[in-house]
Design a protein around this ligand. Structure first.
Ligand SMILES: O=P(O)(O)OC[C@H]1O[C@@H](O)[C@H](O)[C@@H](O)[C@@H]1O
Length: 304
């Protein structure tokens, strides 16, 4: 890794530590107001923990599948260039390739208001296996902005001379005190595809509560959704830009027990609210085109 970047990270109060995640390095940031961790494997923002608060992001205790395409459940995985199963090849891993490769740290600094800026990139040309799996050349960049709020912007460029078919998500695992008590508002009246009910199309009636056994792709969703957590006594506002679908996922008890890459009880401690473009919002990224998808989390305490 470039020594200037390491010096810049050091000046920010950050360091790179060897982690146990696929033996890949992790960036650890210690700031006066928060700590954060970013795994270069998969380019995951793993943890964002403001001082005196519970982490905003969930991390599974389970190390996940140890194969090349083993899944890990924490932080903000990037699903790209496909969301869910591959459209015509069942041997391809779920949710694309971006979360299974090592990203490069390319920039470290601050925004003008003092927020920390970390930029990671993943270029297909640097990974022969990606070139085998995805015919078109591309480059991805994530700009993480960490301060009073926490945001991830994914920028994707098609560097080939053919269009690319894209579905995508920032698959954020939000950390909650108890999924039976947490509630999501903002999606009332939106149509959704219920993946736990054979893809039936339904209309959201009222708030989502409990946050249990949900695998839903919402369409025409507003760009802002709120997660109310009476146990951690906070509300999180999740704002998306560049997203036409909002995915809400919690595996529930039965599915969690079947999974070997998640501990049995962990479904109680997270709900995923994902900024996405999926199903009918799959789109063509033209040669030379760049698109961005952004998700920002804000958090407010709930008084007693
Ligand atoms: O286990 P994975 O591949 O990380 O995916 C978790 C879930 O991610 C959600 O976004 C999908 O809608 C679910 O169908 C999927 O099960």
């Amino acid at each position: 890794m470039n020594s200037q970047l390491i010096e810049e990270l050091d000046a920010l109060g950050g360091e790179i530590l060897p982690a146990n995640l696929r033996d890949c390095d992790e960036i650890v940031l210690n700031q006066p107001g928060f700590t954060a961790r970013i795994a270069l494997w998969g380019g995951h923002l793993v943890s964002f923990k403001p001082s005196g608060q519970e982490d905003w992001l969930f991390q599974s205790e389970n190390p996940g599948g140890q194969s090349r395409f083993g899944r890990r459940h924490f932080g903000v995985p990037v699903c790209w260039p496909w969301f869910g199963a591959h459209s015509d090849d069942e041997d391809m891993p779920a949710h694309g390739v971006a979360r299974y490769f090592r990203w490069q740290l390319t920039e470290v600094g601050r925004f003008s208001n003092g927020d920390v800026k970390i930029v990671l990139s993943l270029a297909s040309k640097d990974h022969p296996l990606i070139e085998e799996m995805v015919p078109q050349a591309f480059e991805l960049r994530q700009i993480m902005r960490l301060g009073e709020t926490c945001s991830v912007q994914l920028a994707a460029a098609n560097l080939s001379d053919e269009p690319m078919m894209i579905s995508e998500a920032l698959h954020t695992y939000l950390h909650i005190g108890d999924n039976a008590k947490a509630r999501i508002t903002g999606l009332e009246g939106c149509p959704y595809v219920d993946k736990f009910d054979g893809g039936a199309v339904k209309l959201q009636q009222g708030a989502i509560m409990p946050c249990d056994t949900l695998d839903r792709v919402y369409d025409q969703a507003p760009q802002q959704v709120t997660l109310h957590d009476p146990v951690f006594k906070r509300t999180m506002t999740i704002t998306s830009e560049g997203s036409q679908s909002t995915v809400v996922w919690n595996p529930g008890e039965a599915l969690a027990k079947l999974r070997t890459d998640l501990e049995d009880d962990e479904y109680r401690s997270f709900v995923c609210i994902e900024a996405a473009n999926a199903l009918q919002h799959t789109y063509h990224l033209a040669p030379g085109e760049l698109r961005t998808l952004t998700q920002t989390i804000q958090c407010e305490p709930i008084g007693d």
